[in-house]
Design a protein around this ligand. Sequence first.
Ligand code: UFG
Length: 336
Amino acid sequence: MKILVTGGTGYIGSHTAVELQNSGHEVVIVDNLSNSDNNVLNGIEKISGIRPEFEEFDLSDQAKTADFFKRHNDIEGIIHFAAHKAVGESVEKPLMYYRNNIFSLVNILQGMKDNEIENLVFSSSCTVYGQPEQLPVTENAPVQKAESPYGNTKQISEEIISDTVKSTKIKGIALRYFNPIGAHESAIIGELPIGVPNNLMPFITQTAIGKREFLRVFGDDYNTPDGTAIRDYIHVVDLAKAHVVAVERMVNDKMKKDFEVFNLGTGKGYSVLEVIKSFERSTGQKLNYQIVGRRPGDVEKVWADTQFANEELGWKAEKGIDEMTLSAWEWEKALE
Ligand code: UFG
């Protein structure tokens, strides 16, 4: 199948492009390289032996997106990753987030409608649950008012897709990611944060390698066993494989509804201190860290109920926390 991967030079997109090609699919990548590098195409080629077709443009540009779809109306499925994703930045620049994340989705859906492309997999986030009342959190848990414009773009996007499937032939699957970390086992592709990382894993690896002085652990007074916040970390390669399964489910007419939502996590929660311990154990590195105050907007604890994804998609995350932290370290070392 010919699959369009938007944001395919980004962190999750690049790992998904590799898994799609490894499964025999033809990949076309569109990316504006606003937060990635076209060297990633070399990495994808090196790992999978195939260089994906690539076009550099901004999907929030309606004319360019319409022109792209006219020339590529043989695409069977789309996996839409391209989006801004920094929570703090979205608070500073809400319009940039709404323009980029919402316009691009609308342009893609229009292109799909005009060219009879029916299958869309969308990158969503567990951020839509806020702090859930019940854990593990299922797909049926109520969506809570977003804490940031970034989170709101994910909620609005799910609604746009859910509305669109009602009056078109388009079908949608929203994949709600928990916390993707780690890198491809080859250490040829991985996460490339620009500037000071916001997320835990790249901050840990950059501290261990000496780019940062110490890790700040945000809060040890949460209602958790060791007082630090709990997340469901998932290996990016496991996550990438779920996208292949999801797009095949759509194209092969296996969907039960025209808009489906799946949690993508491992079902296990780890505290910040447990992630640090895993990193130290798997890599043999000692990590310099200090406990500081809570980070505003952080939830206390969240992990996924994975039963629906496991049963319906026939997919299960396989890699454990030590494999995740070690692969992140191997990637950090390869960047030197
Ligand atoms: N953390 C630290 N120190 C750091 C960075 C993070 O202690 O320097 C802690 C956070 O407080 C949190 C945990 O590590 O408890 C994970 O933080 P991340 O920033 O890695 O991830 P978040 O769970 O905050 O955010 C992720 C995605 C967002 C998404 C959100 C949904 O990065 O895109 O999940 O919950 F919106």
